[in-house]
Design a protein around this ligand. Structure first.
Ligand code: GRG
Length: 296
């Protein structure tokens, strides 16, 4: 379990992100009110805020003022929330529970949930354009980074491979490809955007990319493990879903123990990439440690 100081850091960072999100998102009263209520319902539902926290910690690791990374941090969180809202729809994973609450379509209906996801995706780019351009990275580069990751080459592409893999037995290599596209890509982009917001050198951007790719895969392996070892109450989403729908997962393909070992090895590899940052990467080290032992 994380120590008290690190827990306080996670909590205060999440609160900072939430305050910024509250400022960026249209208020509930803004017409048409239902869509803004749905967007806020999905966003302010108690997620871990992992992606924005990684974004801020990457800016800090690069020696910059992390405040400059707040618009990008909010952008990756609302983009992530959009993917959850759409993923939970009956035509996708058909889930009733997310972040410990009824899913968006259960409360607002399917049509509104589709629009809510669309609006959050669009809002993500609007938020990102509130970043300050830096000498190395004009806003267009930041937009390109997020668009590439969220499009059909990565996030959407991963979902396509996932949908097409349903009911089939996948190889480990195929599963790794899906995990990289669905999960590791956005985690990596969260780090990269934080670095870009503070004008990081190309070498530091590269180091964060390696860190993100390894950490992202480790994160998804742990997610697969938690699906079979944790309860619905602790996860805040339906536990055992992967087994129920015979989904290819790490534990299903290589077993629980080997999955745990691979996650630990990948985390070590991720940490090794942080050497170039010295002590400034303390928070990234702590986050990587925490993700390996997390319970939800
Ligand atoms: C665009 C529909 C669509 C799909 C793209 C990202 C994705 C593919 C689907 C979302 C659902 C999913 C299983 C994603 C894999 C990554 C993952 C484990 C997400 C959960 O992230 P956490 O644990 O969630 O950070 P919280 O709620 O804490 O933010």
């Amino acid at each position: 379990m994380p120590d008290a100081e690190f827990s306080a850091y996670l909590k205060s960072s999440a609160q900072r992100v939430d305050r910024a999100l509250d400022g960026f998102l249209p208020k509930e009263k803004v017409a048409p009110s239902t869509i803004h209520q749905a967007m806020r319902y999905a966003v302010f539902a108690g997620g871990k805020r992992l992606r924005p926290i990684l974004c801020l910690a990457a800016a800090e690791a690069c020696g910059g003022e992390d405040e400059l990374a707040l618009p990008a941090a909010c952008a990756v969180e609302v983009l992530h929330t959009y993917s959850l809202v759409h993923d939970d729809l009956p035509c996708m994973d058909d889930d009733d529970l997310r972040r410990g609450r009824p899913t968006c379509h259960k409360v607002y209906g399917e049509g509104m949930a589709v629009l809510c996801g669309d609006a959050l995706l669009t809002e993500a780019f609007l938020m990102l354009t509130q970043s300050k351009p830096t000498p190395r990275y004009p806003i267009g580069v930041l937009v390109q980074e997020l668009a590439l990751t969220s499009g059909s080459r990565h996030l959407i592409g991963g979902q396509v491979m996932d949908l097409e893999g349903e009911g089939k037995s996948l190889t480990k290599a195929q599963l790794v490809k899906i995990h990289r596209a669905k999960t590791a890509a956005l985690l990596t982009t969260s780090l990269r955007l934080g670095a870009m917001a503070v004008n990081a050198t190309p070498a530091k951007l590269e180091a964060l990319t390696t860190f993100g790719e390894c950490l992202g895969l480790a994160f998804q392996i742990i997610d697969d493990i938690l699906d079979v070892t944790q309860s619905t109450e602790v996860l805040g989403k339906t536990a055992g879903k992967d087994v129920d729908v015979a989904k290819a997962t790490y534990p299903a393909i290589v077993g629980l123990e080997k999955s745990r070992k691979e996650a630990a090895t990948l985390t070590k590899k991720a940490m090794a990439a942080l050497e170039v940052f010295g002590k400034k990467a303390q928070r990234l080290h702590q986050i990587a440690d925490y993700l390996l032992v997390r319970e939800y």
